[in-house]
Ligand binder design. Structure first.
Ligand SMILES: *Cc1c(COP(=O)(O)O)cnc(C)c1O
Length: 300
C-alpha cells in the first residue's frame, strides 16, 4: 500500500480568514483501488480469505467507485468478482464497467426495482442460490469491517488539527472517521445526496455498533448536494477546475468536489475560528471522471 500524504494548501482566502487547510490525499493510496474504497475493502478481503471464500459479490450503479475498486481488488488479491449492476446493460460499456470487466469482474444487470431489494434477506438468499458460496459486500462496501478500515484514516494523520471533513454517500467512511477520532477534534460530514439528514442516524448506528460509543463531536452539513446525488451545477464544475489549477489536486463532482466547495464556502462565511487547522479527506473516486465527462459530452 502506498501512502496518503497530507498536503497543505496555499490560498488567499485561507490567509484572510486565518485558517489552515490540509488535504489528506487518500486518492494516492493505491493506483486502482481508490481512496476510501480501499480502506473499506481491506478488512473485508482479510475476512473473505479467512472464511475460505474465492468469490466477492457486490452491488452498484454503472459508475460506482465501489464496483471499480472491488474489481481491481479481486484481481490483485486473487478473488473472482461478481458485480450486480443497477439498470440495463449499455454497450459499449462505460469506462467504469469496462475497467471492471477488464479486471475480470462478471457483470449482471438487474432492474432498478429489483435493485431496491438488495438488502433484503430473500433477495440475498436468491443470490446465494444463483452464484453459490460468495462473500457478500453491501452497496458502497459499507459494513463494520469497512468502518474499522476507515478508522485508520485518522490514525494516519500526524499533525495537530481542529476539524476533519469528509464527503458522505452511505456514511460508512465518515462513521469510521468518527470512531477513529474517539471523541477528539470535530468532524464535519458533507452528504453528496439531497435529504442527507437521514445519514445522521446511519452514522450514529454504525459508530455505536462498531465502538459501542456515542460521540457528540461531529455534525453533518447538508446544504451542498447541488440538487442531489450525481447532480452538478456549472459553479461546482468551475470551482473544481480552479481548484485543480491552483493546487494541482484533481477532484470529482460526485463527492470530493461538493465537499471542497462546501468547505470553502464555510471558510468564506467565517464558520471557523481564526487559527483553526482543518484537514479535508480526499476520498479519491477519480476513476468516475472519465464516465462523467463522457456523459456531459466533454472531451478529454
Ligand atoms: C464512495 C465514496 C464516498 C462515500 O463513502 P461512503 O462510505 O459511502 O459514505 C466519498 N467519496 C468518494 C470519492 C467515494 O467514492
Amino acid at each position: 500500500m502506498e501512502e496518503a500524504p497530507l498536503q497543505k494548501l496555499e490560498d488567499k482566502l485561507l490567509q484572510e480568514q486565518g485558517v489552515e487547510l490540509w488535504v489528506k490525499r487518500e486518492d494516492l493510496l493505491h493506483p486502482h483501488i481508490s481512496g476510501n474504497k480501499w480502506r473499506k475493502l481491506k478488512y473485508n478481503l482479510q475476512e473473505a480469505k479467512r472464511l475460505g471464500h474465492y468469490t466477492l459479490l457486490t452491488f452498484g450503479g454503472a459508475y460506482s467507485n465501489h464496483i471499480a475498486a472491488t474489481a481491481a481488488a479481486g484481481k490483485e488479491y486473487g478473488f473472482k468478482t461478481i458485480g450486480i449492476i443497477r439498470g440495463e446493460e449499455h454497450l459499449p460499456l462505460n469506462p467504469t464497467l469496462s475497467f471492471a470487466a477488464s479486471c475480470g469482474m462478471e457483470l449482471h444487470y438487474i432492474s432498478r426495482e429489483k435493485y431496491r431489494q438488495k438488502s433484503e434477506p430473500g433477495f440475498q438468499e436468491e443470490l446465494l442460490q444463483t452464484f453459490g458460496e460468495v462473500y457478500l459486500l453491501p452497496e458502497g462496501g459499507t459494513n463494520l469491517l469497512a468502518v474499522k478500515g476507515c478508522a485508520e484514516i485518522v490514525q494516519d494523520i500526524d499533525i495537530q488539527y481542529d476539524y476533519i471533513c469528509c464527503a458522505l454517500g452511505t456514511g460508512g467512511t465518515f462513521a469510521g472517521i468518527v470512531a477513529g477520532l474517539a471523541g477528539e477534534h470535530n468532524a464535519l460530514g458533507f452528504p453528496a445526496l439531497k435529504g442527507g439528514e437521514f445519514l445522521q442516524q446511519e452514522v450514529e448506528q454504525l459508530v455505536q455498533a462498531y465502538s459501542g460509543q456515542h460521540y457528540g463531536n461531529w455534525q453533518l452539513i447538508t446544504d451542498y448536494h447541488f440538487g442531489g446525488y450525481a447532480k452538478v451545477k456549472p459553479e461546482l464544475l468551475a470551482f473544481m477546475d480552479t481548484f485543480e489549477q491552483q493546487h494541482g489536486i484533481p477532484l470529482e463532482p460526485i463527492y470530493t468536489g461538493k465537499m471542497m466547495y462546501g468547505l470553502f464556502d464555510l471558510i468564506r462565511q467565517g464558520y471557523f475560528e481564526r487559527g483553526s487547522r482543518i484537514v479535508a479527506v480526499h476520498t479519491g473516486g477519480l476513476q468516475g471522471n472519465a464516465g462523467f465527462k463522457q456523459r456531459l459530452g466533454v472531451r478529454g
